[in-house]
Design a protein around this ligand. Structure first.
Ligand code: AMP
Ligand code: MG
Length: 350
């Protein structure tokens, strides 16, 4: 494919409804092409969710295993009519509070949603993004947009347009540049298609926030190591994810332990990167490169910078990235889930 066009669309204000600059992107979606666009979580790689042919192009561009379902993005609740069989009560409560926003809800699907969107499942994951450009693109395209993250499968999700260009140049016709994403981590995924809802992937919207709205306690499908105990429910969880080229090793947030780990890796002849807080980054010695995720305890900034941090070491031929862990409270649980996956051994499934 020829050079990918990158079109800058300034996010002027969240109140702005229409962006004439999105006309070509919307036309490409209608023609069955794939377009990368910003959302509040990460950049998405979108195509018409109701066209199997268009959706297959997403899998091809990403090199994504075909049993890993895509999230369908909508701009209004009316669009659910063509996608879902029923709106469970729990889903309705969550939509009322968290949409538009970083929460994907899994519903029983309608027959006209192509199997390739859902990896053959009888359910479909749907989200209304809280981003004016994403919402207007869907509105102008007049179809729901299936969109996974706009990275090559297995790599960290893109949170800047540079990441998208790195992975998607010459693979798709158009990238919409809407600046850096706000949240930086993929959406929370909750399955509301069963009698008791269950969280399939942690994200910015936490279990506690969801429980407060539903008025009941709910389970999470993933254990602390980030591996998946309910593989058939969230097929994507079984693949290695979020990983840069370098090996990722987790270390406790301790100056002493990080320093020891650096010496150990250096002794083994490795070039070492440190991805940690300002506090640790300022004190470590002999690392080949450091990247700060912000002040210790600032998990919002840590989420925003995490994937940029993981990716940046690839430009410096770092062999091992030492990443310090965060407390698994609030969004910390989602951060640790992604880090656990990034540090897993390469699975023989890939
Ligand atoms: P991504 O689009 O890369 O953020 O990944 C989408 C993820 O959402 C998948 O890997 C699944 O874990 C989850 N997902 C999407 N649709 C469904 C579904 N119908 N059932 C269960 N999980 C889903
Ligand atoms: Mg992804």
């Amino acid at each position: 494919m020829k050079q990918t066009e990158v079109r800058i669309v300034e996010k002027l204000s969240t109140n702005q409804q229409t962006y004439p600059q999105l006309e070509r992107a919307a036309a490409l979606i209608q023609e069955g092409e794939v377009v990368a666009f910003p959302t509040e979580t990460v950049y998405g790689l979108g195509a018409n969710a109701l066209s199997a042919k268009a959706v297959r192009k997403i899998y091809r561009a990403k090199g994504r295993p075909s049993d890993n379902p895509l999230i369908v993005h909508i701009s209004s609740v009316d669009m659910l009519g063509t996608l879902v069989d029923a709106i469970p009560k729990s889903a309705q409560k969550l939509m009322d509070v968290f949409w538009p926003g970083p929460l994907t809800i899994v519903f029983p699907k309608q027959a006209n949603v192509p199997d390739c969107v859902t990896g053959g499942l009888r359910t479909v994951g749907i989200r209304m993004p809280n981003h004016p450009i994403a919402l207007d693109l869907i509105r102008q395209a007049k179809v729901p947009i299936a969109a996974p993250s706009a990275n090559i499968s297995g790599r960290p999700s893109p949170t800047t347009v540079r990441h998208v260009i790195e992975d998607m140049n010459e693979r798709i016709p158009l990238i919409i540049d809407g600046g850096d994403t706000q949240v930086g981590l993929e959406s929370t995924v909750i399955d509301c298609s069963r009698s008791v809802p269950i969280i399939l992937r942690p994200g910015k919207i936490t279990k506690e926030e969801i429980e407060a709205i539903l008025g009941q306690t709910i389970d999470e499908a993933m254990d602390h190591s980030g591996s998946d105990v309910l593989a058939p429910c969230a097929p994507g969880m079984k693949y290695r994810h979020y990983a840069p080229q370098a090996e990722v090793k987790l270390v406790a947030h301790s100056e002493k332990l990080v320093q020891e780990a650096i010496w150990q890796q250096k002794k083994a002849g490795k070039s070492v990167g440190v991805l940690s807080t300002n506090e640790i980054c300022q004190t470590v010695q002999a690392a080949d490169r450091v990247f700060s995720l912000g002040a210790a305890g600032d998990l919002t900034m840590c989420s925003q910078r995490l994937y940029d941090g993981l990716r940046n070491f690839d430009d410096y031929r770092i062999d091992v990235i030492l990443v310090t862990t965060v407390e698994e409270t609030g969004v910390g649980k989602a951060i640790m889930n992604r880090l656990a996956k990034a540090s897993e051994e390469v699975s023989d499934l890939l």
